[in-house]
Design a protein around this ligand. Structure first.
Ligand SMILES: Cc1cc2nc3c(=O)[nH]c(=O)nc-3n(C[C@H](O)[C@H](O)[C@H](O)COP(=O)(O)O)c2cc1C
Length: 418
């Protein structure tokens, strides 16, 4: 019987343990978590979502404070078009976050950064260009392009000296999205180094509509493998979404995956950025507690726990401080939904916005509990403590469980000693 450790992910002359911990913004996949994956010979992700805020918390910078101060006059204005990101601050925050992480890296693995195109930041092209190129400047091993089609993203990095040496890849959920991407980037003569196929059971935003349940990862994987074969493209395909045990992972490797990308099991790791209280919510969740809804202003469906505080909250939009979801004209669908509620409740009391959420603020405060579809199984991966709570796990424990387990078994952690 095979274990995941019997396989290796080949990147040129490098061999890695075929386990990738997926990017989880905002700072849920922390540098600490990514560093563990790299130390153990796999690939870890940090995320550049709300990187100025992440930098403030990690390095005591004051990017958010300065931006808020600059645009304070606009707080009660629903037109947010004046709220622009300072590109040199954005570059500095990215370089700090990436640079310090890379400096701390040990072991044979790699660290990638997850960049979501849907973070349009009231200037989609120029902000993304700064984000991508600053991550390359700071020595990131690779970039995973996600949440968006990214049709122009490779071109934004084409003049960077590391454009052909860093590992660049894309997350897709269909063969069609992949074809579009490859067609669009063909003139750069630079193929992606890897493709992550994220199926409908993943956490975060989904690349499917509300009919996500009609799709399945294994079927889409065969379609993509067939397409790559027909086009004679030798690009590692990485399977993601709902892979819960080492045996699940082996099954995808046997069907042709080059590695697996996993995330949900690591949401309850000590190194994960979610507060301990929130990790307990993930442990406690039952299958019925997990929903896919359309409250994200990105326009993509998102999976989350249904008791997440972000659902139905009515906070004032916080774009002067954050503003990561403002489109190129300074709009965000949460602002519109919020204004409709204000029009109905002019006293500003009891505001509850149900159809959209202020995703920046709630993700920043760990109040949007996005999760994968297997979250309800997390309680089976650990021990119950005398006070009824669940024991957090080390990232190493989870990583090694994926790497070495057989028969769909899950190794429980050593009991805590008092
Ligand atoms: C809490 C959480 C947050 C996530 N955030 C992001 C994100 O910011 N960007 C992204 O591309 N994917 C995100 N994902 C998706 C993961 O990177 C990963 O591909 C997927 O969840 C793997 O499936 P699994 O969770 O069933 O193992 C997130 C997943 C979770 C569980």
């Amino acid at each position: 019987m095979k274990r995941l450790d019997d396989f290796r992910l080949h990147f040129g002359n490098r061999e890695l343990v075929p386990i990738i911990i997926g990017g989880m913004g905002v700072d849920i996949s922390t540098a600490k978590l990514a560093l563990e994956a790299a130390r153990l010979g796999g690939i870890g992700h940090i995320s550049d979502a709300m990187v100025q805020d992440v930098s403030d918390r990690r390095f005591d910078t004051a990017f958010v404070k300065e931006k808020t101060k600059l645009y304070k006059h606009n707080i009660s204005n629903s037109d947010k078009s004046v709220v622009q990101f300072n590109l040199s601050h954005l570059a500095e925050a990215t370089r700090l976050h990436v640079g310090q992480t890379m400096e701390a890296k040990r072991g044979d693995g790699m660290i990638f950064i997850n960049c979501m195109e849907k973070l349009t930041m009231n200037g989609p092209r120029e902000t993304l260009q700064v984000r991508l190129n600053s991550a390359l400047d700071a020595g990131i091993d690779g970039i995973t392009l996600s949440a968006g089609l990214h049709l122009g993203s490779f071109a934004l990095m084409a003049d960077h000296p590391r454009f052909r040496d860093a590992k660049l890849g894309i997350i897709v959920s269909s063969v069609r999205a992949l074809q579009l991407f490859l067609r669009k980037t063909a003139r750069l003569d630079r193929l992606p180094d890897f493709i992550v196929l994220e199926g409908p059971l993943a956490g975060g935003h989904l690349g499917f509509g509300l009919d996500w349940a009609a799709f399945d990862l294994a079927t889409i994987m065969q379609e993509i493998l067939q397409y790559l074969k027909t086009e004679k493209l030798d690009i590692p395909l990485i399977a993601a979404g709902g892979i819960f045990t080492g045996s699940d992972a082996v099954s995808f490797m046997e069907q042709g995956a080059a590695a697996v990308q996993v995330a949900t099991r690591f949401t309850v790791a000590t190194e994960c950025g979610l507060p301990s209280k929130v990790k307990q919510e993930y442990f406690r969740a039952s299958e019925d507690d997990i929903v896919v809804n359309t409250i994200s202003p990105t326009g993509y469906p998102m999976r989350m726990l249904k008791n997440t505080p972000a659902i139905g909250a009515g906070i004032r939009p916080n774009c002067e401080a954050y503003g990561y979801l403002l489109d190129g004209s300074g709009n965000c669908s949460y602002i519109n939904a919020y204004n409709e509620q204000i029009a109905q409740h002019p006293d500003g009391k009891n505001i509850s916005v149900r159809d959209k959420t202020c995703l920046c603020t709630h993700m920043r405060n760990y109040n949007c509990w996005t999760c994968g579809s297997t979250t309800f199984r997390l309680k089976d991966t650990t021990r119950r403590l005398p006070d009824g709570s669940y024991q957090e796990l080390s990232a190493e424990h989870i990583f090694r469980d994926y790497q070495f387990s057989v028969n769909n078994e899950i190794l429980l952690p050593e009991p805590l000693t008092v």
